[in-house]
Design a protein around this ligand. Sequence first.
Ligand code: ZN
Length: 393
Amino acid sequence: MNKIDFDYVALTQALVKCPSVTPYDEGALQIVEEHLNNLGFNCTRLPFSEDGFDDIDNLFGKIGESGKHLAFAGHTDVVPPGNEESWKYPPFSATIADGKLYGRGAEDMKGSVACFISATSSFIKKYSHNFGGQLSLIITGDEEKEAVNGTKKMMEWTKNNNIVFNHCIVGEPTSNKIVGDKIKIGRRGSINFFVTVKGVQGHTANSQRAENPAHLLIILLNNIISKPLDDGNEFYLPSSLQIPTFDVGNSAANVIPEFARATVNIRFNDIHSVESLTKWFQDNIDKVFTNFPKASCTFRTDQVGESYLTNPGQLCSLVSAAIKEVSGRNGNLEMATDGGTSDARFIKNYCEVLELGLVNRTLHQVNENVNLSDLKELHDIYLRILENYFEKN
Ligand SMILES: [Zn+2]
């Protein structure tokens, strides 16, 4: 049994000390569960499996029976530390030095999970268990890798159990320079296309009997990069299409190869979807290859993630007001949609969702760390959000 300490620094340390590199948990969810149980939450472990993927444990905790329902979503898994010798302090030691807490996951995002639990404890101590609403924590152990057995399946489980959310805050480290100077109201989607063109091998001197897949791949790639996908819109930059690699692997100068391959990565805004881009890609293939019946072109996709956008509404105003009240800053809060994907993409179809967490400064790096003063600031902001959300002010 771990010691139940709701201090955000102690709790961040306890979580960082669990080497929970996906798919391992190493006691991280247990710590979350014990703290939530102590506050009167009902906790349910949600282990999920799928062929070809690691089994992952997850945790859903809820308090309150009726009224407005706010959820906090986060993850306790972390990326590997890399070469541990390169770290100033061992990556799972949670060492505190120079006003910082060092360790893998300190910033992404055990610090944020700790701050939210700590803020919840402060809130419940102040206003009791009957605070007049519902509060849930959706904590997954599967965010940093495939995210197959995590938030996506947890959200389906909540739906099957008739649990309905009004709003959700994801605790990813979204801040830029100061905690709370930037929130994410959306993310671009991402998709990879792995393309293989099969031609007809032959002698370069007898090209009439062959079909060169390299030529056809070049035509296809040229077609898709020759025109931008879109011009962006009010909340998003234009979508970006990149060709990270194309190769034929043919070392002979007198052989027309049989295969040519390429990878295409698209970071797309909400003008597109995985479905529309997959169709667009197939249409481009059809346009080229109907003229070359001896050749064929196939592709597979992976690491697919849809974009999401929360139109700045109720939750955005409430969160930005809370940030202003706590920080005393009156500057503009940046509402962004940049960066990679996040689990908010799995939540967007259930309720209004945005992301607010620590400063995005050292995540996934050697010597990942978080300022202790930032943990305090985030705790205070989360607490004020709870107070404003459940109308305690
Ligand atoms: Zn993260």
